[in-house]
Design a protein around this ligand. Sequence first.
Ligand SMILES: [Zn+2]
Length: 243
Amino acid sequence: MRPVVRGSVPLVAGVAKTVSDYKDWRLDLLGRIGNYCSYCNMVLNDSPQVEHVSPKAPNPGLTLTWDNMLLACGPCNRTKDDDPFDIATHYIPDYHNTHLAFSFKVVDHPTKRNQKACIIIPRNDPAVDPAKAQATIDRCGLDATTYNVRATDLRWKYRYEALVTAQLWRSDWDKWGSGIGAPFVDLLLTAATGKGFFSIWFDVFHDVRDIKIALIHEFENTHAPSFDPGSDFDPIVRVVGDL
Ligand SMILES: [Zn+2]
């Protein structure tokens, strides 16, 4: 899960923007953090939903607050719903280093034969509280493998397809791309941003410093300090004492 920076309240003619409908933040959020779900990191295409980090029903005072807004896909937004979601009990992409908190795993789909699924799991790292990571996964359904003929939650499938694509690019990088350098990286960035799932690409290229730097900069407003230039841009704790 990509750590992001929403930034300060957008200005209109030099004055902090106010809204009467939270959906009026949509274009501002798209401009700041790109057209990706803030939780599963899937490309949102034509249906980006403005999502309240702290749910609006139990927190009416936060219904219109810029600092409480992110973008989400339908499945993440629906699953998260109005259930409690808090920095004390969950890892949140505009506060924690959520790339460090989570990893992924490929599994055989439990009901669909010959189909792989890629699901999110807590990252095995001493800085990560596995219970808190799992609570976040549960709250957003990031390990869901829903499959039926009417299923609209296909995050597991798109995530797997992104992984396969990233691994193909990695194979090409190792075979000949690294000899080409920057032009290859430019093409790779086009593929990565078009496919989404920042953390998949970042982990597949976990030992290629130049591509990690390029991914951090190409995905809009990724929280760059969450990656340590002193250790080849490996993820580091964003909130001391709390990952
Ligand atoms: Zn999502």
